[in-house]
Ligand binder design. Structure first.
Ligand SMILES: Cc1cc2nc3c(=O)[nH]c(=O)nc-3n(C[C@H](O)[C@H](O)[C@H](O)COP(=O)(O)OP(=O)(O)OC[C@H]3O[C@@H](n4cnc5c(N)ncnc54)[C@H](O)[C@@H]3O)c2cc1C
Ligand SMILES: *[C@@H]1O[C@H](CO)[C@@H](O)[C@H](O)[C@H]1NC(C)=O
Ligand SMILES: *[C@@H]1O[C@H](CO)[C@@H](O)[C@H](O)[C@H]1NC(C)=O
Ligand SMILES: *[C@@H]1O[C@H](CO)[C@@H](O)[C@H](O)[C@H]1NC(C)=O
Ligand SMILES: *[C@@H]1O[C@H](CO)[C@@H](O)[C@H](O)[C@H]1NC(C)=O
Length: 504
């Protein structure tokens, strides 16, 4: 169903609006940080004592937390995956499926996932839980920069990722176990500039033939009536999910496959990567020596699934041409009204800086817990870019988050209420917002990383992308092992590929 509303009907009467506790229209200022040389040294390893996220600390939610952290280390593998977030685990999942189809069943490949901290304790274990595809947002800028075909592929990547994940949840009968909620997403437009941009994106996408049947523009009166906030909104389909539970399910599925022998070592940071001289590899094709505090690991292929932390092991990824760590902060706060009044939906607002959704209520609860993140702009001009310590929260960001919902939804949240939980997590930002997917290439030294691959840099928007980007690199690695040519899938934007990113 599509409502056709003239742009003028969406424009706000600014003076009538309550004063929001966040800066508006600051995305351009955010991007200016990418014009500066890198601030400080490259990203350190993840700090050991990270803050407690709702997803991770809920009792029973992370059975794999300490898996393989003690005992013997898997010291010789075909493929070493560094990072146990949605990227690393999805890659193992896809490798297992690809090998089940095309591998040599008599010789299952040896694959290991190495994780610096507990299982899935990076961004994936600390995010907002939104699994929502952008289906026309940013189309105007993206298509003018990278062409209409890539702009359409960016949409295809996201819609396919979401539907693949929903399918996995459906087919395994786990939609409830994974907390998959389908409530759509309201993107609230706080300023006339945001309304104009949404309109431009919509019109540009329409001209390019993008399917917009599922997009609905709502006036502020309609939003007020249905959701209780007086701002216009763009409604699109969308889901929420418990990301750690999804990733645990993917891991268990891959580990159960007989097509590969999969090991997981948590609390095992990779500190350096060194080439193994051909003379000492004793006939095997092991190329890389991964150092960990528990001993070395030899691998033929290495996948960097380290997202924000990529530059720790890949110095050339440090700085604005690579992946910039960016600290995100979230609070979990109780709404003041029951779910029937709140209405199930995910929300984003303020150019995406803020994102929130009421969780499904559990037995015995009357009021939903709302997970809300954002507020980085309270720290402008730095926006928490180049900040990689998720063991502390930023009080200024916390203040913006605490004030936000009571102002946007009058009467539905209690002013001055303290959250039940507050945490941070580290995102991997790139200048264009696109992840790097493919063989690792250092422009100053091409060929120096043979056998190393990367899928990282989702810029705070990884849930609808990482699973498929990991599939693309899994295909590349398996094709290389099998001596086959890799074909770029239709749904992968060409601009994501590392070989197309050498001049940024
Ligand atoms: C606060 C916050 C809110 C977010 N909200 C959303 C949202 O609502 N929707 C959305 O789509 N996206 C969101 N994101 C982004 C999303 O979480 C990420 O894009 C996605 O989780 C990235 O997955 P990943 O597996 O690539 O990285 P991660 O989950 O960060 O995994 C990388 C792992 O690598 C490990 N690691 C790093 N270096 C090493 C090393 N040298 N040795 C061993 N292990 C190492 C880390 O410990 C980490 O576990 C949010 C992110 C944050 C932080
Ligand atoms: C982690 O340790 C640092 C330094 O000792 C401290 O500042 C921080 O508060 C700790 N964080 C947590 C969550 O324990
Ligand atoms: C998942 O299942 C629901 C309900 O059975 C169905 O409506 C939906 O289309 C399914 N989604 C996918 C992607 O399979
Ligand atoms: C593992 O695989 C076996 C046989 O293929 C299947 O019966 C079992 O349900 C699987 N277990 C999990 C946890 O996926
Ligand atoms: C890997 O590096 C370690 C030192 O960190 C060394 O002891 C070991 O011999 C190396 N292994 C190979 C195969 O080069």
């Amino acid at each position: 169903m599509q409502l056709s509303i003239p742009l003028s009907a969406l424009l706000l009467r600014i003076s009538a609006m309550a004063v929001l506790p966040v800066f508006l229209n600051v995305f351009a200022e955010h991007q200016e940080v990418f014009q500066l040389p890198p601030s400080g040294p490259r990203c350190p390893l993840p700090v050991p004592n990270s803050t407690a996220s709702f997803w991770i600390t809920t009792p029973g939610a992370n059975p794999l937390a300490k898996e393989g952290s003690e005992g013997p280390l898997t010291a010789d593998v075909d493929i070493a995956i560094i990072g146990s977030g949605i990227t690393g685990v999805s890659a193992a999942y896809h490798i297992s499926r690809l090998l089940a189809e095309t591998g040599d069943a008599a010789k299952p490949l040896k694959v290991v996932i190495l994780e610096a901290r507990d299982f899935c304790s990076g961004a994936t274990g600390r995010n907002g839980g939104h699994l929502t595809a952008n289906i026309f947002q940013d189309f105007a800028v993206y298509s003018s920069r990278f062409g209409t075909d890539d702009a359409k592929r960016a949409i295809a990547l996201e819609t396919r990722t979401v539907s693949e994940i929903v399918k996995i949840a459906n087919e395994s009968g786990k939609t409830d176990a994974l907390d998959l909620v389908s409530g759509g997403r309201n993107h609230l437009l706080f300023t006339d500039a945001e309304v104009a941009e949404a309109d431009l994106d919509y019109e540009t996408a329409k001209k390019a033939g993008v399917d917009l049947t599922d997009v609905e523009f709502l006036t502020k009166e309609q939003v007020q009536e249905r959701y209780g906030a007086s701002y216009p909104s763009v409604r699109t389909p969308g889901y929420n999910i418990w990301p750690l539970k999804l990733v645990s399910h993917l891991y268990t599925t891959a580990a159960n496959s007989s097509a590969l022998s999969l090991a997981l070592h948590t609390n095992t940071p990779v500190t350096t990567l060194m080439p193994i001289p051909a003379s000492s590899s004793a006939g095997s094709a092991r190329r890389w020596n991964l150092t960990t505090p528990r001993g070395p690991i030899s691998a033929s292929y290495v996948l960097h699934a380290t997202n924000a932390y990529a530059s720790h092991l890949l110095a050339h990824m440090h700085g604005p041409a690579g992946i910039v760590p960016s600290r995100g902060q979230i609070i979990a706060t109780r709404a003041a009204v029951p779910p029937s009044v709140l209405t199930t939906s995910a929300y984003t607002g303020n150019e995406g800086f803020e994102y929130w959704f009421p969780r499904p209520v559990e037995a015995g609860q009357e009021k939903p817990l709302v997970i809300i993140g954002g507020g980085r702009e309270a720290t402008k001009p730095k926006f928490e870019l180049y900040v990689s310590d998720d063991s502390v929260v930023n009080p200024g960001v916390g203040e913006a988050l605490r004030k936000f919902l009571p102002v946007v939804f009058p009467g539905k949240y209690e002013e001055g209420q303290e959250p039940e939980l507050e945490w941070t997590g580290i995102m991997g930002y790139t200048q264009t917002g696109d992840p790097f997917v493919g063989p690792v290439i250092d422009p100053a030294n091409p060929g120096a990383h043979k056998g190393q691959y990367i899928s990282a840099g989702y810029t705070g928007h990884g849930m609808p992308r990482a699973f498929s980007c990991a599939e693309a690199v899994a295909q590349m690695i398996v094709a290389d092992i099998q001596g086959k040519e890799w074909e770029v899938p239709d749904w992968l934007p060409r601009h994501h590929l590392t070989q197309n990113r050498l001049n940024e």
